[in-house]
Design a protein around this ligand. Structure first.
Ligand code: ATP
Ligand code: MG
Length: 481
């Protein structure tokens, strides 16, 4: 399901839009998401990587206002406005900065296909231009500093919708998640708190065939059975005190879509039975009703307590566990994938800098070294909170440094590498020789570990890229070693 780009249509619907959506996905191979309200659209924008938004303006919706706001919140998204044939909006009122292009109704699906194609092309060109000028500037700087250009820019980060990563562990996980998304099987996502389970669940929904139907989220922690039962299965009026009208329930409301059950480990034994029945039969019986109805939803469940252990301890039904884990995805803790720390840190610095309108140049090597040494019990959430705080304390146009770092992170002892120092420290006659030999070995090992990706090696060593390049030159290390 590799697509050329993602188009989000924000419109009330109707045959013209259905036809347009079909042409964009079938003939042009775009992934098409649809939203009937600004609220739905905000959900899709926050969960999926959207390239282009097509919004309707007319009696049915205020597309112009929506796109104008989008320009601030998601400046990278291409904005196309669809106008009623007769509209009181004059061309002069449509700011060219807010809108890339406008089209008129009746919609011509193929014309829209071309507008989308052209929009994506011009954005790609702008992106390449930006990268090239960065590279030229960088090459010029590094020639000025040490007479040669050998350092790559930052490791390109990868994305699975809103998940950012470079580590092999997360690449493998996201590859598996992409495959799992295309099936109809339930998915169980496990991992410590703050590792990105919910972000992964949302990414999966938007990569499944159910993406044009709703994604609904239910947190199962800290809820009474009665409440959870009626939230998910619905209830009849008068079924219990306080049930003043019929309630549809999430499973019916999400028919055709996905239900994300968070903190699944927390549900009671009797609720586990109801859930198992729903997974087996797809039947929903609202509380207080004797009629069953059917609903087709895909379940994604998450837990930060390992279900297998709860099953072994007799606290979770084994049959339900087996049902839930059509696919079992384990999100590793951040400390087990330190490669992700630099890209995440840069990503959050840019994101939160943007939000408060502060220009952050990057993160100092010293600060990165501290982050890499810290074991982040709160995982990515904790890293993000720390960076948000550091951005708030930084001045405009600064790097984030250890100056504004929390004491707990500053106090982390340096990460130990096993196997490096053993046996080499005795090489050489003087202390200086011994130290230099050791330094050379450490550099070699870390470079080899990162397959000569100098940015990552520099990050791990707490050196700047230039500092590392100087050492490589000094010790005459090169890739053939
Ligand atoms: N790989 C990632 N890229 C970008 N942001 C991430 C990544 N992983 C996590 N985050 C961010 O970290 C925060 C926590 O993620 P999320 O809520 O998905 O974690 P969780 O595993 O569901 O946590 P909990 O178990 O506490 O519910 C969110 O703000 C999320 O956006
Ligand atoms: Mg969560």
């Amino acid at each position: 399901m590799e697509t050329l780009g993602t188009v989000l249509i924000v419109a009330r619907g109707g045959p013209q839009w259905t036809a347009t959506a079909d042409v964009l996905s079938d003939e042009y191979d775009y992934r098409v998401l649809t939203a009937r309200s600004a609220e739905d659209a905000a959900g899709a924008l926050s969960d999926a990587n959207v390239d282009i938004v097509l919004a309707e303006h007319g009696p049915n919706g205020d597309g112009l206002e929506f796109l104008t706001n989008l320009r601030v919140s998601h400046p990278e998204v291409i904005r196309v406005l669809a106008l009623e044939a007769r509209t009181d909006l004059t061309q002069a009122e449509i700011s060219p900065a807010a809108i890339y292009q406008f089209v008129r109704k009746p919609l011509d699906a193929r014309q829209i296909g071309l507008v989308v194609e052209r929009g994506l092309e011009s954005r790609e060109l702008a992106r390449r231009h930006r990268m090239l000028s960065r590279e030229f500037k960088f090459a010029a700087d590094s020639i000025k500093i040490h007479g040669r250009h050998s350092l790559p820019l930052h490791a390109e980060s990868q994305h699975f919708e809103k998940l950012v990563y470079v580590s092999e562990k997360l690449s493998e996980l996201c590859d598996l998640a992409r495959k799992a998304a295309r099936t109809e099987l339930p998915i169980l996502i496990q991992g410590e708190t703050g590792t990105g389970k919910e972000l992964l669940a949302r990414a999966i929904h938007y990569n499944s065939v159910r993406r044009t139907s709703p994604l609904m989220v239910q947190n199962c922690g800290g809820m009474s059975d009665e409440l959870l039962q009626s939230e998910l299965f619905g209830h009849k009026r008068g079924a219990f005190t306080g049930a003043i009208s019929d309630r549809l329930g999430l499973f019916r409301a999400a028919d055709g879509g996905t239900v994300f059950l968070d903190e699944i480990s927390e549900v009671s034994p009797s609720f586990q039975v109801s859930l198992l029945r729903f997974l087996q039969e797809g039947e929903v019986k609202p509380v207080g009703s004797d009629k069953t109805q059917t609903s087709s939803v895909r379940i994604i469940a998450a837990s930060n307590r390992p279900l297998r252990a709860l099953v072994a301890a007799g606290k979770f039904r084994q049959d339900l566990y087996f049902r839930l884990k059509g696919f079992e995805l384990e999100v590793p803790p951040l400390r087990d994938r330190p490669d992700d720390i630099p890209v995440l840190a840069e990503f959050f610095a840019a994101k939160h800098g943007n939000t408060i309108g502060r220009r952050i140049l990057g993160i100092s090597a010293g600060a990165l070294e501290k982050f890499i040494s810290f074991d982040f019990p709160g995982n990515v959430r904790e890293l993000e909170n720390e960076i948000r705080r550091m951005v708030a304390l930084a001045e405009d146009g600064e790097y984030l440094t250890t100056k504004n770092m929390s004491l707990s992170i500053l106090a982390a002892p340096p990460r130990r590498r096993t196997g490096v120092a053993k046996g080499f420290a005795s090489e050489g006659a003087t202390l200086k020789d011994k130290v230099e030999n050791l330094e050379k070995r450490v550099l070699e090992e870390v470079l080899a570990h990162h397959r000569w990706n100098q940015s990552r090696a520099a990050n791990e060593l707490g050196l700047s890229r230039v500092g590392l390049a100087n050492k490589i030159k000094r010790y005459r290390l090169d890739e053939s070693h």
